[in-house]
Design a binder for this molecule. Sequence first.
Ligand SMILES: Nc1ccn([C@@H]2O[C@H](COP(=O)(O)OP(=O)(O)OP(=O)(O)O)[C@@H](O)[C@H]2O)c(=O)n1
Ligand SMILES: C[C@](O)(CO)[C@H](O)COP(=O)(O)O
Length: 257
Amino acid sequence: MTSAQDHQPLTGEPHEVSRIGVVLVAAGRGERLGAGKPKAFVELGGRTLVEHCLRTVTSLPSGGHLVIVVPEHLAGETLRLVAAAEPTGANWEVSVTPGGRERHESVKFGVDALPEYADVVLVHDAARPLTPAALFARVTAEVRRTTDAVIPALPVVDTLKRVGADSIVHETVDRAPLVAVQTPQGFPRELLAAAHDRLGTGAHDAADHPTDDAEVVQRAGGTVRTVPGESLAHKLTTPGDLALLEALLAAQNGDAR
Ligand SMILES: Nc1ccn([C@@H]2O[C@H](COP(=O)(O)OP(=O)(O)OP(=O)(O)O)[C@@H](O)[C@H]2O)c(=O)n1
Ligand SMILES: C[C@](O)(CO)[C@H](O)COP(=O)(O)O
């Protein structure tokens, strides 16, 4: 496992140095959205979330391998979406693999499906369909510079309160050291793979599920750094987020005209 202390540059043959692995996790059920279908296959501006992410990732000039992790029964549909996607000219291979019951299992299956050459791996939620390509590039550059785990983060802007089960406010929480984190989260491949191997895919107590890969790496002793996140990387979780993302997309399209 690449430890946090190693700090060796990630090098290899010239062709291999720049190509990355991206795991797009899209195998969730989308229960909080309640759209009647898995969230990653919901449409935003006429395209599924999977298609939005596919277009962004395959526009990245590094090239590499994108593995899309989906519910098993939607693997065929996903392959059709990939086949129908406009070519980007970048050097990307795309594959599709079935996910697991929990997010961390889906990530592990995705990492296992990547080719050997992918020495840097980005894990991205399909639920963040408008994430700009610049954020993928920012995270990748910081992983290569530091050989640590790197996650995008935004400052928390609301006043925060700790509330009891009785709805009574107990205290105001100092927000200064708190951030809200996003994806893509980037890792030296060996660090991520070893941390997921250590966690395993067996049944875990629901309260003990890591909600992101940075947590998986931290549990294995790795260092996690932050880079500035992007408001466009907003996550689709509830129906209210869909309206917000539609508005962001419309503003983006308006800007492009
Ligand atoms: N077993 C799972 C669970 C989640 N995900 C993916 O992880 C990302 C973040 O998860 P979340 O927003 O929690 O999505 P869902 O699990 O689909 O949502 P919910 O918890 O509301 O069911 C999503 O892109 C989702 O598709 C996954 O690939 N496999
Ligand atoms: C990974 C993640 O997107 C980071 O913000 C997020 O933690 C996953 O979704 P959840 O809503 O926390 O399950």
